[in-house]
Design a binder for this molecule. Structure first.
Ligand code: NDP
Length: 288
């Protein structure tokens, strides 16, 4: 029978550990989230982070700017938060409005507070396999697989998607964990030929139903990172909206060894991992 790799049981156990740890600290670990504009999906993700932060006893500061805010003002706020010793982690909710330089803004975050692991300093550390913050989604995938006893060393891992946020850092991380990694993307010529060779398929494309029964094999573990809203526009037909992944779940679920559900799989783990990174940042800042 296929193993369902649910995130919630893992999150709950690890959230208790974080909460216990925070209870014994003199100061509350504090995360600042910068949001520019009011994208509905970004607000939903931020609300999930606030809810989890509250649950474990961390403080979450939601710093909001309107979508026309200048780069200088956003950068100046991040610099202020960098200097504030009561703030231990800073993240910028992406996507940013196109008028802003995403790389420049993210790179303003002090490396010791970069709990999303997206500054060039963190990415260089990951590239070099040195200690640093691993992007939350990548850390979440690794924690999930480890919790369910899924071996990654020596395994063939096919990552579908090569974004700076998910695909690339995940491919790098698994390479350092001694997996044999193939990265696929929109120009990959025969995707199913590549995916069928994998022991573990990690899909992060934002294309609902991309991975079908024709892409999988019975021994495989499928990690579906995709979060896609289908079946209705954002502010209309609310009742028909549904969140789905990049894998045709119903078609694939009985054909493989293990699979993550969407929702309830990797997404849950990403929020947890962000706060695990925050606690690591807190510890490092209090060790000096
Ligand atoms: P991007 O749009 O930045 O990247 C998508 C990647 O998928 C690109 O590399 C693209 O290839 C590739 N791709 C697109 N179409 C195909 C195709 N037909 N075949 C193969 N590869 C294809 O997306 P993100 O990485 O930011 O996000 C991907 C998904 O993950 C989204 O649904 C997002 O919502 C979700 N997500 C989930 C998180 C979680 O916690 N679960 C966290 C972050 C994201 P190319 O480079 O050639 O264009």
């Amino acid at each position: 029978m296929t193993m369902l790799l649910k995130g919630a049981p893992v999150r709950d156990v690890r959230a208790d550990t974080l909460a216990q740890k925070i209870k014994n600290l003199t100061e509350k670990p504090t995360l600042a989230i910068i949001q520019v504009g009011k994208r509905e999906d970004s607000t939903a993700y931020i609300n999930a982070k606030k809810k989890f932060g509250n649950k474990i006893g961390a403080t979450v500061l939601h710093v909001e700017f309107n979508e026309h805010e200048t780069e200088e003002v956003v950068i100046s706020k991040i610099s202020e938060l960098n200097a504030d010793v009561s703030v231990h982690g800073i993240i910028v909710q992406i996507p940013l409005p196109p008028s802003l330089n995403k790389e420049k803004i993210i790179d303003t975050i002090a490396p010791e507070k970069d709990v999303d692991g997206l500054t060039s300093t963190s990415l260089k550390l990951l590239w070099e396999n040195k200690k640093g913050f691993i992007p939350a989604t990548t850390r979440g995938i690794a924690t999930l697989l480890s919790h369910y006893g899924i071996e990654i060393q020596g395994k063939r891992v096919v990552v579908v998607g090569r974004s700076a946020l998910v695909g690339k850092p995940t491919a790098l991380y698994f390479t350092h964990q001694n997996s044999t990694v193939t990265v696929c993307h929109s120009k990959t010529l025969n995707l199913s030929e590549e995916t069928k060779r994998a022991d573990i398929i990690i899909v992060a494309t934002g294309k609902p139903g991309l991975i079908t029964k024709n892409h999988v094999a019975p021994h495989q573990v499928i990690v579906d990172v995709g979060i896609n809203t289908v079946g209705g526009k954002l502010e209309e037909e609310v009742g028909e909206r549904k969140i789905v992944g990049d894998v045709a779940f119903d078609e694939v679920k009985d054909l493989v060894r293990a699979i993550t559900p969407v929702p309830g799989g990797v997404g849950v783990m990403t929020v947890l991992s962000l706060f695990e990174n925050l606690l690591d940042a807190y510890d490092a800042q209090h060790a000096v």
